[in-house]
Design a protein around this ligand. Structure first.
Ligand code: VNL
Length: 193
């Protein structure tokens, strides 16, 4: 369900073709709501069917056309209603924490490998999140720049500050994960030297 809101959110910036949506999604909204392309295309069709999006045919290449999607009034109203109703907190559901609680069942080499993969993932996430945050702050991120072009300075400032706030949370989380992984390596040394 949240994918719909993620796609409406992205398209409030500017109308886009399915291909552009998938491309810019992966470099922006996906950092807060990940979804593979294979879910995005069918969701766009359902959202158009449900009246949240509408499309116009735009020229593509020499003879072809492509659908360009935009948010309808109904889509925006739906998004606002969701934004204004509180979310139920997500219960804990990360398989790595499930595993960690039972690492005593695993061979130390397997635990080390698990931790190594997590460390690689979060190191890359942190790098990417910090890089993206910088392009939000200096307003050079292309998806954000298109959005800001339609806003006055006060609205633009609000849009940037809230996005940076979201990334600050994600960055803090990535750092916490990396600290926790380092503690895991230390614990493994202590318990299975
Ligand atoms: C937007 C642009 C959103 C860049 C982002 O992450 C981002 C946007 C939520 O304009 O919607 O990294």
């Amino acid at each position: 369900m949240s994918l719909r809101y993620a796609l409406v959110a992205l398209l409030t910036g500017r109308p886009m073709t399915g291909y552009d949506i998938a491309k810019s999604f992966s470099r922006s909204v996906a950092h807060v709501w990940h979804a593979p392309d294979s879910q995005i295309y069918p969701e766009l069709h359902r959202m158009e069917r449900d009246g949240l999006l509408a499309s116009v045919e735009v020229a593509w290449g020499r003879k072809g056309t492509k659908k360009e999607y935009h948010v309808t009034d109904a889509g925006l109203a739906d998004f606002r209603a969701w934004m204004e109703s509180p979310l139920a907190p997500q219960r804990q559901r990360d398989p790595v924490y499930l595993k960690a609680a039972y690492f005593d069942f695993a061979d130390p080499a397997a635990v080390r490998e698990q931790l190594r993969r997590q460390q690689e993932y979060w190191t890359e996430q942190l790098r990417m999140l910090e890089g993206t945050r910088a392009t939000l702050l200096d307003r050079s991120h292309p998806t954000l720049a298109a959005r800001l072009a339609k806003l006055d300075e006060r609205e633009a400032e609000r849009a940037v500050r809230f996005k940076v706030y979201a990334y600050d949370g994600l960055i803090a989380r990535a750092r916490t994960e990396l600290d926790w992984i380092a503690e895991g390596f230390a614990l493994l040394e202590e318990l299975s030297p």
